[in-house]
Write a protein that binds this ligand. Structure first.
Ligand code: PEP
Length: 252
């Protein structure tokens, strides 16, 4: 089945409001009309300003994280409904930096996915193994565990609202990319898991992005693999030309 490719830029903790506006102004004309879905994930502080620049554009707005509660005494946290209020339609959850640096567990990621869906957001659920886990032959078991825990609260009726991102931790921000074959192996495995959970009508439709040092020079070969349905882009999403080149590769 032909899944429309989906490329999302994860800006991480970068960009002042003015820088964010300039970046999205640079991206907008370069991706207009391309046959791929596109989103950007600025830091919380720039969401509103970027939403204003996006206006009626088809580029969607994503947040990089949210809490699983809807409101209350959770200093420093942001609720999924607040992200909707700030014009987000997507939220990245379970990114390896959240898991590693901020001690998020499979269980909290699963709760966040459920809360994001409850609020009407589309979660991008990130899974991926560390280098140690890959070297130990644990890759497929690790991503299966993260996938199942992340989707525990989703349920079959909401599964189609999900996006999955396979991001090998050893390839994030390191300049080291999984080969297309390495990535395809894991993507195919995740799709088999999704099929076992929800059946093929759903697993055939769900998009699985690859993330980990994707850039203009390697995007086309990764995106040519049958189960790679787009990219979650860190470093290269901060440069309009590079990000647009990846979207162009996804569209062709
Ligand atoms: C990411 O953090 O989601 C990512 C894929 O980063 P990079 O493209 O910089 O490796």
């Amino acid at each position: 089945m032909a899944r429309r490719k989906f490329v999302c830029g994860n800006w991480k903790m970068n960009m002042t409001i003015d820088e964010a506006k300039a970046l999205v102004e640079g991206i907008k004309p370069k991706v207009a009309g391309l046959e791929a879905d596109v989103a950007v994930a600025p830091p919380f502080t720039a969401l509103h300003a970027v939403a204003e620049v996006l206006g009626g554009s088809s580029i969607r707005l994503a947040a990089q994280n949210c809490h699983f509660e809807t409101k209350g005494a959770f200093t420093g946290e942001v609720a999924p409904t607040m992200l909707r209020d700030a014009c987000c339609s997507l939220v990245i959850l379970g990114h390896s930096e959240r898991r590693t640096l901020f001690k998020e567990t499979d269980e909290t990621v699963g709760k966040k996915v459920g809360a994001a869906l409850d609020a009407g957001l589309q979660p991008i659920l990130c899974v991926g193994e560390t280098l140690e886990e890959r070297d130990g032959g644990q890759t497929l078991a690790v991503v299966s565990r993260q996938l199942k825990a992340g989707l525990a609260a989703a349920g079959a009726d909401r599964a189609l609202r999900m996006v999955i991102a396979y991001e090998p931790v050893w390839a994030i921000g390191t300049g080291r990319t999984a080969t297309p074959e390495q990535a395809q192996e894991v993507h195919a495995h995740l799709r088999r898991d999704l099929e076992a959970m929800y059946g093929s009508a759903i697993s055939d439709e769900l998009r699985i992005q690859y993330g980990g040092s994707m850039k203009p020079s390697n995007a086309a070969e990764l995106l040519a693999m049958p189960d790679i349905d787009g990219g979650l882009i860190g470093g290269a999403s901060l440069k309009p030309d590079d990000f647009a080149a990846i979207v162009t590769a996804a569209a062709s």
